[in-house]
Design a protein around this ligand. Structure first.
Ligand code: WTA
Length: 654
C-alpha cells in the first residue's frame, strides 16, 4: 500500500452504523462475542457441534505440542457428507446448490439432491480407480461444476486434494505434482476465458512428461471441445468413466485431523509451500464465518463469491463454507468483462444475488470503467457485500457501497490467508459500525494483536506486526513434508511468548483510536497482485533460469488497479545476450516467466540494468528498487556498496 493511501486511511472518519432493521434480523448476535470471551474453547466446540459427527469429539483442542494443533481430534466426520447428504436428509434436497454459468452463456443448475448424487458417483468412480484415504489428487480445472464435484468426491473418500489454479503453467503443475506425490490428476480439455478456449490438458501433459511422478491416471472432463493428445492407458474421459456408475455411496467418518487438502501458496523463498488443512476444525470455522460474516439466510439468499476454486477463497467460500451451510450460490466460469463489461452485474440481476464477495482489485477496475455500467442493471437484490485479498482503500470501499450496494449494504472487509483457512478479522454485519478501509475486529473466538519487533503491544494509534495469539480451528496444520519450514516461517519470530509461540502473519497493521485493526500490506518479500500472492524470490528464480540472465531483482510496485504490479530489474549475461536488444530481452523474459510460473506472475515491466543495488552484506535492496519503480525520491543509501548503481538504474528508466 502506498504512503498516500495509508495517510488517507488514517484520516478516514466516515462511519456506517448498521440499520436497525438489518440489526434486528441479523444472523450474528452481539452475544457471540461475550460467549467467545467467556470460554473460547467451549465457543468453538459449540460451533463444531453444529456439524454432523459420525463420532462426537470429547476433546476440543490439544496444544500440547505447539505449533502443531489438534482440534476435535477424537471425533470423526465426513466433510462431504456435511456439505451434501445432511441437507438432503433434512428435506432440502430440492434447494439449488449451484447456479452455474459458463462464459459463453451455457448454464447448469444443480440442486443439493443432484449435487449429492453427482458426488457419490464421482466418489465411486475414483474409488474404482484406486483412490483411497490419504492419497493425493491434483485438480486442474476451470470453474465448472465438476471442479466442485471432484473436490467433494476426493474429500468423501478421505483422500487429499491439491487444486491448482488454471492460470498456472506446466512447470508449476510439475513442481506441485512432485511435491505432493500425487497419484491422479483431474483436468479438462480446456476452459473458456475471454471469449476463447484455453487448453488445460496440454499443460498437464507437459508437466507429467517432465515430472518424476507417480501419476498413474489422468481424468479429463470435456469442456472446451478442443483437440487433445491422448496417452493410452493413462488418460481417461471423466464422462466415460462415470457411465453406469452407481449413485449409492455411504460416507465413512474420518478423524477430525484427517488431511482435507494441500494448497500451494507463495512464500518468501523460491519454492511454493504446500499449506496443509485438515477436516473438522477447518469446516467448523469455514461454516461459522460464512454464515455470520455474510449474514447468510440459506432459505432465501443467493450468494456469489467470484473467486476461482484454485485459491483459498474458492476452497473456503465457494466450496466448503457455503455448501456446509446449505447455501444457494452462483458459480461463474469466465472473466468479468466477457462478452461485455457489465457481465457480473448482469449475473447479479439474473440470479437475484443478495450476498456478493469479491476483491478490491476488481472493484477498482470497475470504478475506472465508470458507474454507468453497473447502474444500467438492477442490483437491488444485493444486501451484503464482502471484500478480500488485499487492503481496500476507502475510496473503493465507499464506491462499492454507493454504486454496487445502493448506499445501503453493509460491507465486510475480511482479512485472512491461505494459512488461516477461514476469515479471521472482519466486521459482522448488523453489529459492527463499519469504517471504510478497515477490517476492524477479530471475529468471535479469534485473538490477534499488533506487536513491535521487541514483541511489545504497540497500543492505540500505532503500527506494527500482526500476530494471532491463540490457536484457531481452521489454522494450517503444517507445510506438506516440511515441518521445519512451518516452524521457521510462522512461529519463530515471536517464539518466546508466555503461552506458547505466536503466529506471525507477515502483514503490517495499525491500531486506530478505537483499537480496531487496519491492514497495511505485507512486510516480507511477498507481493499482492490483484489479490494474488506472488513471491519476489520465485519470480527472480524464474528469471535467472533463463540463459541470458545473470541476476534479477523483483519488486511489487504500487499500481492503481492491481494493488501491486510485478516490476523486474535484470542484469544480462554479456555473451549470451549480445544479440538481443533490451526490448527483445524484456519480451522474451516476460514470456519465460509465464512459462515457468503462469501469466499472473508475468512482470508488468522489466528493466535491463548494469548493476543492482546491494547492502554491504550482499542483500538486494528491494525497498530502493521499489522507490525507483514507483518513481519516488531515493532515501538513505549509505549502506549501498556503490551509490552510483542507483543513478545508472535511474538512467535506464528515464
Ligand atoms: C492479504 C487470501 C488486507 C494479506 C484470503 C494476507 C488482506 C494475504 C486482506 C493472504 C484484507 C487478504 N485486507 N489485506 N481484507 N485479505 N489480505 O493467502 O497480505 O491469497 O497476508 O489469502 O492477502 O493472501 P492469500
Amino acid at each position: 500500500m502506498s504512503e498516500t493511501s495509508i495517510d488517507s486511511l488514517l484520516h478516514e472518519d466516515r462511519r456506517f452504523p448498521p440499520s436497525p432493521e438489518f440489526a434486528a434480523a441479523a444472523v450474528a448476535k452481539p452475544e457471540l462475542y461475550d460467549e467467545a470471551r467467556a470460554d473460547r474453547l467451549e465457543f468453538w466446540a459449540d460451533r463444531a457441534r453444529e456439524l454432523h459427527w459420525h463420532r462426537p469429539f470429547t476433546e476440543t483442542l490439544d496444544w500440547s505440542n505447539p505449533p502443531f494443533a489438534r482440534w476435535f481430534a477424537d471425533g470423526e466426520l465426513n466433510v462431504a457428507y456435511n456439505c451434501l447428504d445432511r441437507h438432503v436428509l433434512a428435506g432440502n434436497g430440492d434447494r439449488v446448490a449451484i447456479h452455474w454459468e459458463g462464459e459463453p452463456g451455457d448454464t447448469r443448475t444443480l440442486t443439493y439432491a443432484e449435487l449429492t448424487r453427482e458426488v457419490k458417483r464421482a466418489a465411486n468412480m475414483l474409488a474404482a480407480l484406486g483412490v483411497s484415504r490419504g492419497d493425493r489428487v491434483v485438480i486442474y480445472l476451470p470453474v465448472i461444476p465438476e471442479a466442485v464435484i471432484a473436490m467433494l468426491a476426493v474429500a468423501r473418500l478421505g483422500a487429499i486434494h491439491s487444486v491448482i489454479f488454471g492460470g498456472f503453467s506446466a512447470e508449476s503443475i510439475r513442481a506441485r505434482v512432485e511435491d505432493a506425490d500425487a497419484s491422479l490428476v483431474i483436468t479438462a480439455d480446456g476452459g473458456w476465458r475471454k471469449g476463447r478456449v484455453f487448453p488445460l490438458k496440454q499443460a498437464v501433459d507437459s508437466a507429467l512428461a517432465a515430472a518424476e511422478s507417480s501419476v498413474e491416471r489422468v481424468l479429463v472432463v470435456r469442456r472446451g471441445d478442443n483437440e487433445v493428445e491422448w496417452t493410452e492407458g493413462r488418460d481417461l474421459w471423466w464422462h466415460e468413466q462415470l457411465e453406469g456408475v452407481s449413485d449409492a455411496h455411504e460416507a465413512e467418518g474420518f478423524e477430525a485431523e484427517n488431511p482435507l487438502f494441500i494448497l500451494y501458496t507463495s512464500g518468501t523463498t523460491g519454492k511454493p509451500k504446500g499449506i496443509l488443512h485438515t477436516s473438522g476444525g477447518y469446516l467448523t470455522q469455514a461454516a461459522f464465518t460464512h454464515k455470520n460474516v455474510f449474514d447468510l439466510k440459506p432459505e432465501t439468499d443467493v450468494y456469489w463469491c467470484t473467486a476461482d476454486v484454485g485459491w483459498i477463497t474458492g476452497h473456503s467460500y465457494v466450496v466448503y463454507g457455503p455448501l456446509a451451510n446449505g447455501a444457494t450460490q452462483v458459480l461463474y466460469e469466465g472473466t468479468p468483462d466477457t462478452p461485455h463489461p457489465g457481465r457480473w452485474w448482469e449475473l447479479i440481476e439474473k440470479y437475484q444475488v443478495s450476498i456478493f464477495y469479491t476483491a478490491p482489485t476488481a472493484i477498482r477496475s470497475f470504478m475506472k470503467l465508470g458507474r454507468e455500467i453497473p447502474q444500467s442493471f438492477n442490483l437491488s437484490s444485493l444486501r451484503v457485500l464482502g471484500s478480500v485479498g488485499e487492503p481496500i482503500n476507502p475510496e473503493a470501499w465507499v464506491w462499492y457501497r454507493e454504486i454496487i450496494g445502493g448506499g445501503l449494504t453493509p460491507i465486510v472487509d475480511t482479512w485472512w490467508q491461505t494459512e488461516t483457512g477461514a476469515i479471521m478479522i472482519s466486521a459482522l454485519p448488523g453489529i459492527t459500525v463499519a469504517k471504510p478501509g478497515s477490517a476492524q475486529v477479530p471475529i468471535p473466538g479469534i485473538s490477534v494483536d499488533v506487536l513491535d519487533e521487541a514483541s511489545v503491544h504497540v497500543g492505540k494509534e500505532a503500527g506494527g506486526l500482526l500476530v494471532i495469539t491463540e490457536p484457531w480451528p481452521s489454522m494450517l496444520r503444517g507445510i506438506w513434508g516440511d515441518p521445519d519450514r512451518f516452524r521457521d516461517t510462522y512461529w519463530s519470530k515471536f517464539a518466546d511468548a508466555p503461552n506458547g509461540p505466536l503466529y506471525f502473519a507477515g502483514d503490517g497493521a495499525h491500531l486506530d483510536a478505537d483499537g480496531d485493526v487496519q491492514l497495511l500490506g505485507r512486510v516480507d518479500d511477498v507481493m499482492n497482485v490483484s489479490g494474488h500472492r506472488l513471491s519476489t524470490m520465485e519470480i527472480e528464480s524464474a528469471l535467472v533460469s533463463h540463459p541470458i540472465v545473470a541476476e534479477a531483482a523483483v519488486v511489487g510496485a504500487s499500481d492503481d488497479t492491481t494493488g501491486q504490479a510485478v516490476v523486474a530489474f535484470v542484469i544480462l549475461r554479456a555473451k549470451k545476450a549480445a544479440s538481443v536488444t533490451a526490448t527483445e530481452a524484456s519480451t522474451l523474459l516476460r514470456q519465460h516467466v509465464t512459462e515457468q510460473i503462469g501469466a499472473i506472475a508475468r512482470p508488468r515491466e522489466i528493466f535491463v540494468v548494469a548493476e543492482l543495488p546491494k547492502t554491504r552484506s550482499g542483500k538486494i535492496m528491494r525497498r530502493l528498487l521499489q522507490d525507483i519503480a514507483e518513481g519516488r525520491e531515493i532515501g538513505d543509501t549509505t549502506t549501498l556498496t556503490d551509490v552510483n548503481v542507483v543513478q545508472s538504474i535511474r538512467g535506464t528508466l528515464d
